[in-house]
Design a protein around this ligand. Structure first.
Ligand SMILES: Nc1cc2c(nn1)-c1ccccc1CC2
Length: 290
């Protein structure tokens, strides 16, 4: 896929830094003609045999995956530019900041709010999984709030995302230690289920502010993951519902094939849209009549 070679500055005014990722820096970008604001993600190209910078095939993969996706909970890609040293993705601008910062400010969320966020994340993940795409780096830093007022989120940073066709075996030690599934730690086949483990970790953190498998060092964290060594600390989970704990337990399953899928999660009673109370009252009212 050929990227635009014309100078980016002709069409966009580049503004201040709004984030960063693998070999990438993201800046606000104002489209001169339309006056619309975007996010410009500058990805450093690997040059020669060096180690710095992203491999051309990895950049190509991120672009082709983003071009495939079209969902309100997934960051949109509008255009791609290229220079000698970098590739620039023109992305949808989200201004609510990272979910990570939102949690840090509040320490942890109430179940209603946590469930609403997780439902949004699951809808975005379902869009990826329905296209056989695994994100493979789901964590609060890669979940942006559309804006501060609503719980609308956007999944970002598809730098590690992979198409899971089923034939080729995808194994790679990647992602951020405290969020990766056992199969990542033991270098076994990765799948869509790998993302579902991470959804469990994110849910646990939203509800408690604590990270379920984090140890004092990466070794200890990896051991906790492969041993599924976690507990619902009374200190954080004393007034968390059994439903919420059940939701998390169905994701912290070692065997990827036995782990809850994104559809299982969307149908889980902790997530499924609650029957509006007036509907239940009306039903009970009907029952009382006869
Ligand atoms: N690694 C990252 C990091 C970020 C983004 N993308 N990739 C991003 C995308 C759209 C709007 C804003 C951002 C900032 C953070």
């Amino acid at each position: 896929i050929a990227f635009k070679r014309e100078p980016l500055e002709e069409s966009y005014e580049i503004g201040d830094d709004i984030g960063s990722g693998h070999f990438a820096v993201v800046r606000r970008a104002l489209h001169k003609k339309s006056g619309e604001a975007f996010a410009a993600k500058f990805i450093r190209k690997r040059r020669g045999g060096g180690r710095k910078g992203a491999k051309a095939e990895d950049i190509q993969r991120e672009v082709s995956i983003l071009r495939l996706l079209d969902h309100e909970n997934v960051i949109r890609l509008y255009d791609v530019y290229e220079t000698g040293i970098e590739v620039i993705l023109i992305l949808e601008l989200v201004t609510g900041g990272e979910l990570f910062d939102y949690i840090s400010e509040k320490d942890h969320l109430g179940e209603e709010e946590a469930s609403a966020f997780i439902a949004q994340i699951l809808r975005g993940v379902k869009h990826l999984h329905d296209h056989n795409i695994a994100h493979l780096d789901l964590k609060p830093e890669n979940i942006m709030l559309r804006n501060r007022s609503t719980q609308s989120i956007k999944l970002i940073d598809f730098g590690l995302a992979q198409r899971i066709q089923g034939k080729e075996d995808i194994r790679a030690l990647m992602g951020t230690a405290e969020f990766v599934a056992p199969e990542v730690v033991s270098y076994e086949t990765l799948s869509l289920a790998t993302d579902m483990w991470s959804v469990g970790v994110i849910t646990y953190i939203l509800l408690s502010g604590a990270s379920p498998f984090l140890g004092d060092n990466q070794q200890e964290t990896y051991h906790n993951i492969t041993a599924i060594n976690f507990q619902f600390d009374e200190e954080y989970f004393s007034n968390t519902s059994e439903l919420a704990k059940d939701f998390i337990e169905k994701l912290f399953v070692k065997m990827p094939k036995k782990r809850a899928t994104v559809d299982d999660c969307l149908n889980h009673p902790w997530i499924r849209p609650k029957e509006p109370l007036e509907l239940i009252k009306r039903q009970s009212a009907v029952i009382n009549i006869d």
